[in-house]
Design a binder for this molecule. Structure first.
Ligand code: 5AD
Ligand code: SF4
Length: 420
């Protein structure tokens, strides 16, 4: 989401005057730090980064802080670091050219509606396009700061989504990733009357009719909204890639309730079982938090049990981090850091074994790979339909093509193959 917000800011700036990206700090006339606030670490990193930029920036260069930390700290950022010229919240990206020349401007309204705003064109990757389908989030997961920083959920009308996709495809995109905090809740609320797709299943159907588009991915769906109709569409629509993120957070029904996730352990297992039944070759990834307040050994054992049963292909795992303005930050029974660290290690170690076994099982199989990048030693890298990194020997004529590849070797993070 942040990467796409950054692209939008570059596009808006370019509407005003031509900017070029630079890797060299002392070259930049404008430095934008686009922040996350989902855990505490990136927030503390922000102020050390501002200090670093202050030291090395060119005389007169501006610094802007944008994104979720901008939303929730607002003018306090300028109070603490007056070198910062402007603060722009995650839901105010379209105002970048307005704040640029106003010293110490702060625009962080979380009720600002950008759901029908037509951003300028800028994409860092011409083959694969990120496409926003909604803004904000209406869930109130008790650990999560996102509803505070990104505001209430509004879906983008499907005609605007299709228009964006058509533009990206006309410019060479083969694949799109539909983006939202909660994509399969699409259609929950629009800010204007719309005729097109009213839910995520209908949206997937409409997107797959865009001529020239070959692949559709999406992130993130919510397990609660994985109804059978949606899973059938995921399984049967040939343009929808067979890769799905199913964020678990915890395997304990008791903790899931405390987290306000809206589903018990059994529902999660049932949905993953259904995915495996419909699409045995699908890869399933997840997010897990350990050390949520009150997490007991039994609760953690439930999480490990789900790990064993689903055998995720990818895991994003985190130690619980108390966040301001969230319900869980006030809960008693915060888990001590040592216990949380141990649980994280146990979880990650077992996941690595499973991931390795899953990867080894791919050897000998044939996958459709979209080639994207030239690598050293005459190799080309791409992604299979199920989202795995694949390398083959080859040259630039493979770039942008979808080709069958037979896998000859696997390690834990990537596959090697030959053109089939
Ligand atoms: N502490 C730790 N992890 C968190 N996440 C969200 N909020 C927190 C928090 N307070 C994780 C969740 C979410 C992912 C994007 O970040 O697992 O799915
Ligand atoms: Fe946060 Fe829950 Fe919304 Fe995801 S669904 S962004 S975890 S509140």
């Amino acid at each position: 989401m942040n990467v796409r917000d950054s692209e939008h800011m570059i596009a808006e700036l370019n509407k005003k005057e031509p900017y070029e990206l630079t890797e060299k700090i002392d070259d930049a006339d404008l430095i934008i730090i686009n922040t996350c606030s989902v855990r505490e670490k990136p927030v503390s990193k922000l102020f050390s980064e501002i200090g670093m930029f202050k030291k090395y920036k060119k005389n007169g260069a501006k610094i802007g802080v944008t994104g979720c930390t901008a939303s929730h700290l607002g003018k306090d950022i300028i109070k603490r670091a007056p070198v910062v010229d402007f603060v722009l919240g995650a839901r105010n990206v379209s105002k970048i050219t307005q704040v640029l020349d106003k010293k110490h401007a702060v625009e962080i309204a979380t009720d600002y509606d950008e759901s029908t705003y037509m951003f300028g064109d800028y994409r860092s990757n011409s083959l694969k396009a990120m496409i926003n389908i909604s803004i904000g989030c209406d869930k109130q997961c008790s650990f999560c700061i996102v509803p505070v920083t990104r505001g209430e959920e509004i879906s983008i009308p499907s005609n605007l989504i299709i228009q964006e996709i058509q533009k990206a495809v006309d410019a060479g995109a083969k694949e799109v990733t539909l983006l939202g905090q909660n994509v399969n809740n699409y259609g929950r609320r629009f800010s204007t009357q719309v005729d097109g797709a009213q839910n995520f299943t209908e949206l997937l159907r409409a997107v797959s009719e865009v001529e020239g588009l070959e692949r559709i991915r999406f992130t993130s769906p919510h397990p609660l909204h994985m109804d059978d109709e949606f899973l059938q569409e995921f399984a049967n629509n040939p343009k929808v890639c067979k890769q799905i993120h199913v964020p678990l957070q915890s395997g304990s029904t008791r903790l899931l309730k405390e987290m306000k996730r809206g589903y018990p352990k059994e529902w999660f297992l049932n949905r993953c079982q259904k995915i495996k039944e419909l699409v045995p070759e699908a890869t399933i990834s997840t997010d897990i938090i350990v050390g949520f307040p009150g997490e007991s050994d039994e609760d953690f054992a439930d999480t490990m049990d789900v790990l064993e049963k689903v055998r995720f292909d990818a895991l994003f795992s985190f130690k619980y981090s108390p966040r301001p303005h969230t319900a869980a930050a006030t809960f008693e029974n915060q888990v001590d850091n040592e216990t949380a660290s141990k649980r994280l290690q146990t979880l990650q170690a077992r996941h690595r074994e499973i991931q390795n076994e899953n990867m080894q099982a791919k050897v000998g199989k044939v996958y459709k790979v979209l080639f994207e990048e030239l690598k050293s030693e005459g190799r080309v890298a791409g992604r299979s339909d199920d989202g795995t990194l694949v390398m083959v020997k080859g040259s630039e004529e493979l770039l942008g093509k979808i080709v069958d590849v037979k896998i000859t070797f696997a390690n834990i993070t990537q596959l090697t193959g030959e053109l089939a």
